[in-house]
Ligand binder design. Structure first.
Ligand SMILES: Nc1ncnc2c1ncn2[C@@H]1O[C@H](COP(=O)(O)OP(=O)(O)OP(=O)(O)O)[C@@H](O)[C@H]1O
Ligand SMILES: [Mg+2]
Length: 342
């Protein structure tokens, strides 16, 4: 049994070749603070965030694309693997996506977490390579293809050609940083304290990279900074756009830097084929438009952007074992290719 796993900052997605996406949940786990036993995971655990008594701890174990809470990450993975392969006898072979610019120690923690959660074999696949395969791109072509995977913790960008990353970069300023920026903005502009999950809901409902037409208004529920009482504040999409412009600028700057150092032949290909966006944040309204304005290159959002990485990781594994001539993972020019454990 092969599985592609995208254990992200915001969501965990598992893809099984032939069966499709078999699990897609927020990467949140709630445990008993004393015993460490799991109480809930996914949507159920996310509902507990900010609402737990002292006896329960609810956390996102992955932060900014790397494992911040090893034990919780391992428990979450174990539970998810159990969910998707409880009726199988053999342990699964797993391909795990991993953000760019992750240190060797951080890579190892992913391998160890997946192995101790019950996998037989682990292969690490760079997130942008997985995203490109999941988006249906043929990464084996001698053609420059630019992919931007924007998630909760990181935005990764790569120019891929001939199964390798010709140029790549990453910033650890993504969806969660935008939620934090919204919390700060609403506190300073409206004197209202809101939680991170509320900020995320506002971002998804009305956030935008460039002003929306027509403007949308959403209601922010929180605690008044002066009176300490609960209050509801109308917030417009233009305000949310202003709130997240700084974290967005990090992506724009990175994209420009990558394009600046991309060899001219590949630049020409990118100009022709456009930039492809994947990741949950690719669904932010007007993000393709903003990146298009900033680079002068057409931007497209891949189909099913939030699941591309897991799908691509699962497919990469399949190709690696049976069609190694077509998708020979061993010859990917990424520095993670040695990280295969048996
Ligand atoms: N419709 C939407 N509009 C704006 N943002 C969205 C939308 N849907 C999801 N997001 C944001 O996308 C982010 C999650 O994306 P994704 O699931 O790709 O992240 P991840 O893979 O868990 O994180 P990472 O790869 O950075 O570790 C979250 O910040 C979420 O708020
Ligand atoms: Mg991701």
């Amino acid at each position: 049994m092969n599985l592609g796993i995208d254990l992200g900052t915001s969501r965990i997605v598992i893809y099984e070749p032939g069966a499709g996406v078999v699990l897609d949940e927020p990467s949140v786990i709630a445990v008993d603070s004393r015993t460490g036993d799991m109480i809930a995971f996914g949507n159920e655990a996310r509902e507990m965030l900010g609402r737990t008594p002292d006896s329960i701890r609810a956390e996102y174990p992955v932060k900014k694309g790397v494992i911040a809470e090893f034990e919780l990450a391992e428990k979450l993975l174990r539970h998810c693997l159990h969910r998707v392969c409880s009726n199988r006898i053999t342990k699964p072979c797993v391909a795990v996506s991993i953000a760019e610019k992750v240190t060797e120690v951080e890579q190892r923690s992913f391998i160890e977490a997946v192995v101790s959660a019950g996998a037989r074999r682990v292969t690490l696949v760079p997130e942008t390579v997985a995203a490109a395969i999941g988006a249906g791109m043929d990464v084996s072509l001698p053609l420059g293809q630019m992919i931007v995977n924007a998630g909760g913790g990181t935005v990764d960008v790569s120019v891929l050609s001939l199964k390798g990353e010709a140029v790549s970069s990453s910033v650890r300023v993504a969806g969660v940083a935008m939620d934090e920026a919204i919390v700060r903005y609403i506190r300073s502009k409206h004197g209202l304290h809101i939680s991170l999950p509320t900020a995320e809901r506002l971002k998804i409902a009305a956030g935008c990279a460039l002003p929306r037409v027509p403007e949308v208004t959403v209601q922010a529920k929180g605690r008044d900074a002066l009176t300490g009482l609960p209050r509801v504040q109308p917030v417009t999409s233009d305000e949310l756009c202003e709130a997240i412009c700084e974290p967005l600028q990090a992506t724009v700057d990175m994209l420009r830097q990558v394009l600046e150092v991309t060899p001219p032949e590949l630049s020409g290909d990118i100009m022709e084929n456009g930039i492809w966006l994947t990741g949950g944040l690719a669904q932010l309204a007007n993000l393709p438009l903003l990146l298009q304005h900033a680079t002068g290159i057409p931007c497209h959002v891949a189909e099913n952007p939030a699941q591309c990485v897991a799908i691509g990781a699962g497919k990469a594994l399949q190709y690696a074992s049976s069609f190694s001539a077509v998708y020979d993972l061993g010859s990917f020019s990424y520095r993670l290719s040695d990280n295969v454990t048996n």
